[in-house]
Design a protein around this ligand. Structure first.
Ligand code: ADP
Ligand code: MG
Length: 229
């Protein structure tokens, strides 16, 4: 049997920002392995580097040191085109704001990334319908974002993030804008989706009740990732 590999593996990741005369050392050798089907909660105070970590893991930013493996593939040496292709295939992102396209329906918002990847429209529409139904939006396929509630918009954003069946899902405070009850519901559907599709997920959140429902919790301390008990 093949040795199992983490879907996402950060090894000694460093990230710093130059700010005038000062250098901000945000990540100083952060390690994190996330396995298929595993949900990791990332809980740390504002400004400690959660978004930096997610952007680096999601190949949106290049680390200043260390390596990011996505589906066992090292990514630091890839050129921008290679990083973009890998990101499109293997990584889904959910932000605090839904960033859905206002002029398109829920279904079209989930269809578009699949068309960009080259899937036939009919197949993309079928998958979009299935995903949105799984997330409880079967009756909302043709609504535009403005015709949806905040929780519904976030569920469409989740469906869009996983439209191309990535191995890794990264979410940056995905329920930060929602009331507690809606946040709880969005989280439940997110967790069910991660389990059903064996995604590896990292979710930055401030909500400790929701974090307790994930497989493990980590934080960022002095630029490295440590378990949070
Ligand atoms: P968090 O998501 O945990 O709130 P961030 O990762 O957004 O934290 O930011 C961590 C720190 O890095 C903050 O102090 C922030 O000001 C700084 N920072 C983030 N991005 C940049 C950037 N592009 N240039 C300079 N500083 C940045
Ligand atoms: Mg942030």
């Amino acid at each position: 049997m093949a040795t199992p590999h983490p879907a996402l593996f950060l090894s000694r990741v460093e990230r710093r920002y130059i700010q005038g005369d000062a250098t901000l050392e945000i990540l100083r050798g952060a390690d994190l392995a996330v396995w298929p089907g595993e949900i990791v909660a990332l809980i740390a105070p504002s400004g400690t580097g959660k978004s930096t970590l997610l952007h680096t893991a999601g190949l949106l930013e290049r680390p200043d040191g260390g390596e990011v493996y996505v589906a066992s593939q090292p990514t630091v040496a890839l050129d921008d085109g290679g990083r973009t292709r890998l990101r499109r295939l293997e990584i889904g992102f959910v932000y605090q704001f839904h960033h859905l396209l206002a002029d398109f329906s829920a279904q079209e918002n989930v269809v578009l990334p699949q068309l960009i990847r080259g899937l036939p429209r009919r197949e993309a529409e079928r998958r979009a319908g299935e995903l949105l139904s799984f997330l409880g939006l079967g009756e909302r396929l043709h609504h535009r974002p403005a015709e949806l509630s905040g929780g519904e918009q976030q569920r469409v954003a989740i469906a869009r993030a996983v439209a191309n069946a990535p191995r890794v899902l990264l979410a940056d405070e995905p329920t930060g804008n929602l009331d507690p009850k809606t946040a709880d519901h969005v989280f439940s559907t997110l967790i069910a989706l991660v389990r059903a599709s064996r995604l590896a997920a990292v979710i930055a959140t401030h909500n400790l009740d929701l974090a307790a429902r994930m497989d493990r919790c980590v934080t960022i301390r002095d630029g490295i990732i440590v378990p949070l008990d």
